[in-house]
Design a protein around this ligand. Structure first.
Ligand SMILES: [Zn+2]
Length: 195
């Protein structure tokens, strides 16, 4: 798989697509989003995990403890999440905040949601004012990650600002997108124009 793959409501994955080289992350915590199995730890593609461990180490040097809270999700698992949210909060809310099955980049194994340690508890409801987020926003690109759904790109991504969701694209592309203040949709538009 190409690390710059675009997955959204217009660019769907195959229902049965499962990335190769998934590894189980050791986050010393259970996956918060366990609708099925509370012992399941998050999985991501091996190269993503390797880069994340470097990012995590650097964050720690600055006093921030971050973990991967939710990584790879199968389309089936995304369907379970989707159905639960629709049932709990209604379809309009779900459309704004959750990706329908096969349109979530969590299925690529390249994306994950983070949580951070605060007073001995891992917080997954990351806010834009949290110092962990502010640090990640300026430093994650050095390790190949992008903030996938920024506040100022909501009108392009179609997804509400998600300060917890990061996506691996490789250092070259993440640096470019950071410097140009571009989101992945904009990059793909540009790429298509150049072809
Ligand atoms: Zn996410």
């Amino acid at each position: 798989m190409e690390y710059d793959i675009l997955v959204n409501k217009e660019h769907l994955l195959n229902k049965d697509y499962v990335p190769e080289n998934l590894v189980i992350t050791d986050n010393n915590e259970n996956n918060f989003h366990h609708y099925k199995d509370p012992t399941l730890k998050p999985m991501v593609v091996d190269i993503v995990y390797k880069a994340f461990l470097e990012l995590q180490k650097e964050a720690l040097k600055n006093g921030y403890v971050i973990i991967i809270d939710s990584g790879y999700r199968s389309s089936y698992y995304q369907e379970v999440i989707w159905n639960n949210i629709v049932k709990e909060k209604g379809i309009e809310y779900a459309q704004k905040y959750v990706m329908p099955p096969t349109s979530s980049e969590h299925q690529t194994g390249l994306a994950f949601d983070i949580a951070y340690l605060y007073n001995d508890t891992f917080i997954d409801d990351v806010k834009s004012t949290d110092k962990e987020f502010l640090w990640l926003k300026e430093n994650a690109y050095k390790f190949g990650f992008i903030l996938r759904y920024p506040l100022d790109k909501e009108y392009i991504t179609g997804i509400n600002f998600e300060p917890w969701h990061f996506r691996y694209v490789g250092v070259e592309l993440s640096t470019y997108l950071y410097q140009e203040n571009m989101c992945l949709e904009e990059y793909h538009l540009l790429k298509r124009k150049k072809l």
